[in-house]
Design a protein around this ligand. Structure first.
Ligand SMILES: C[S@@+](CC[C@H](N)C(=O)[O-])C[C@H]1O[C@@H](n2cnc3c(N)ncnc32)[C@H](O)[C@@H]1O
Ligand code: SF4
Length: 376
């Protein structure tokens, strides 16, 4: 029998406004359409239910700003989704009221990913964020008060106008809150956008500093006893009395090449070697689902060599070794020997079972470049 997906992504695209740097599938406002959108998402889920395993492990509501969704529609969605061991919702700080935090908690959400981005007012202004540093702190405490014991904070670095002391201060402010998890992303600015046009010269200066920022992030967070388990992701270790594994289980599934179902506009699914992406058009999406038809989609061919390369690229982002079984065709043996001799990769031969490979911390700091060299 074929394996069914154990991971479900739900896209909630609505935001109060559009931040200049954002390239996600988002729609501003449209409060009168939230309920109809949720209905369409549930119709899509019903159509695709045969693709989901009876026991789903993780559900992730991403956006957009899921917590900007009309509370009644959000609650309706949450009660209708399959139960899962990890249910994450992305939240913007200014939307997290005590009532919203309780709503999430009472509807089975057990992990919140809070988009702080920075604690420096001048950098928040550059990013066109609504939240101020205190808004982030208040949101964090509302979540704690509602009982959340698994909160992640997102930070961005390489923001126009940022200095090394700014980044140090951001990391200190984030650590002071004691989140279970932190995601720290390099700012990606898409060419041709208003944001890139406005901040061009400063973005170039920030690009030159990116490597040293990355090193600083890793040094600070590992120094604070966070596990650097994925290139941009860190989780608390050892400090939680119950010894919980605080990695994001949902994102781990992506990095481990597991199948997942995505519903909502712009959502991607990868199941049994097939990948498709829903068109990012709201009207076409709701109209198709009102007729109980699949929404417009783009299908991406996923030949075996592409799948193998993707598996290597994603797997080597992790601090756990990647099994080479079935991936030998994607790896350049000579490059692997060279990188091992340089102390950038480690090969772990196994007496029984296939050999495994991982990048060393130095290799991981060099990141994509090392992996690119490894690939045939
Ligand atoms: C799907 S986004 C949206 C989450 C939420 N709406 C917010 O703005 O906080 C998830 C995360 O991706 C990161 N992100 C978004 N745009 C980015 C960009 N251009 N470069 C780097 N990180 C970005 C941010 O840290 C953000 O919190
Ligand atoms: S709130 Fe988040 S998803 Fe919405 S525009 Fe801003 S960064 Fe993008």
């Amino acid at each position: 029998m074929s394996e069914r997906a154990r991971h479900l992504y739900v896209h909630l695209p609505f935001c109060a406004h559009r931040c200049g740097y954002c390239d996600f599938v988002t729609l501003v406002g449209r409060r009168d359409q939230h309920a109809a959108y949720v209905e369409a998402v549930l119709a899509e889920l019903a159509l695709e239910l045969p693709l989901l395993a009876p026991e789903v492990e993780t559900v992730f509501l991403g956006g957009g700003t899921p917590t900007f969704t009309e509370p009644d529609a959000l609650a309706e969605l949450l009660v209708s989704l399959p139960l899962a061991e990890e249910v994450t919702v992305e939240a913007n700080p200014e939307t997290v009221t005590p009532a919203l935090a309780v709503l999430l908690r009472e509807h089975g959400v057990n992990r919140v990913s809070l988009g702080a981005q920075s604690f420096r007012p001048h950098l928040l202004a550059v990013l066109e964020r609504v939240a101020q540093p205190d808004t982030v702190r208040r949101a964090f405490y509302h979540l704690r008060d509602a009982g959340f014991d698994n909160i992640s904070l997102d930070l961005i670095y390489g923001i126009p106008g940022q200095s090394t002391p700014d980044l140090e201060a951001d990391l200190d402010c984030a650590l002071a809150l004691g989140p279970e998890h932190l995601s720290c992303y390099e700012l990606e600015a898409k060419p041709g956008t208003r944001f890139t046009h406005t901040h061009g010269a400063e973005l170039a200066r920030q690009a030159d500093a990116m490597e040293s920022y990355f090193e600083l992030v890793v040094e600070r967070l590992t120094g604070a006893q966070y596990r650097w388990y994925e290139t941009a992701n860190f989780c608390r270790t050892g400090t939680s009395a119950d010894g919980r594994d605080l990695r994001s289980r949902h994102n781990l599934a992506y990095w481990r090449g597991r199948d997942y179902l995505g519903v909502g506009i712009g959502a991607v699914s990868t199941i049994e070697g097939r990948r498709w992406r829903n068109a990012p058009r709201l009207a076409a999406y709701t109209a198709a689902l009102a007729r109980n038809e699949r929404p417009p989609r783009e299908h991406e061919p996923l030949p075996i060599d592409v799948r193998q390369r993707e598996r290597v690229m994603l797997g080597l982002r992790l601090d756990e070794p990647l099994e080479l079984a079935g991936l030998a065709d994607a790896i350049d043996e000579e490059a692997l020997a060279r990188l091992t001799a340089l102390g950038l990769a480690d090969v772990m031969p196994a007496p029984a079972g296939p050999p495994r490979v991982a990048l060393t911390p130095r290799g991981r700091l060099l990141g994509g470049g090392v992996t690119a060299e490894l690939l045939v």
